[in-house]
Ligand binder design. Sequence first.
Ligand SMILES: N[C@@H](CCC[C@H](N)C(=O)O)C(=O)O
Length: 302
Amino acid sequence: MTTSQPTTHQGPSFLKGHGTENDFVIVPDADGRIELSAAAVARLCDRRAGIGGDGLLRVVRSAAHPEAAGMAGEAAWFMDYRNSDGSIAEMCGNGVRVFARYLQRAGLTGAGDLAVATRAGVRRVHIAKTEADGTLGEITVGMGAAALPAGEVTVTVDGRSWLARNINMGNPHAVAFVDSLDDAGNLYTAPTVSPAAAYPTGVNTEFVVDRGERHVAMRVHERGSGETRSCGTGACAVMVAAARRDGADPAITGRPVTYTVDVPGGRLVITERADGEIEMTGPAVIVAEGTIDPEWLDAPSV
Ligand SMILES: N[C@@H](CCC[C@H](N)C(=O)O)C(=O)O
């Protein structure tokens, strides 16, 4: 990690948060001065030797980031998202909610509406007011429309294969309906998804079972992070795959359709509107904050 800020022994600050147990290291960097290498991100996300997380959210003013400056007029803040292996991804649905919760907690936004710049474009966010019982209000994100590239894909685990839907939510997904979530195996390694040419930058893979009417459950293996306890973009891809399988297409009927998607870490409620926009609602929690020791982060790995 290098920073053009005056070096203090204390180092940059961080927070830790999660959305349906998809957890993130949050690094506030309003002026875009902290340069995080892939190795530094991987060290921070390491669950034993670091802080631990499925990914990292760097919070930068859009105007201060070359990838987001063009969105600065619409969205003041840019979510610089990285997977836990240090790779860059276009979008993170749970991450946007946690990002918004951080902005709210830091006094940089209030409850209500805001826009967040991401590599997949500007995302509209609504932070519900804190509820009377003191629990945090849920957060809704306009996730954009799903793209469904033509052609079948196949997901294979432990010698068993399933036809799957190729769905892009700003990032790439393969959605397979299975008989049991155990069919996904231990997910210690990435499932095989073919043809590989359908996913030139890699793929997130979701395994789905039915739980009831307009109600499904899923597990996910994320590109760059392994199995996680939730994936917001993945849950939206699952919702669209389930709706099409069930013959529901709001673009044709003119009526929105809503699914409940259970993930190992909680529950997301997802609506596809007639104009194609997908809205995802779920929790977002900040659990800790502290400072990073710059000597540790810059030290060679042992
Ligand atoms: N957990 C995220 C998705 C994070 C990015 C993904 N691993 C990728 O590489 O595309 C979510 O909540 O959407």
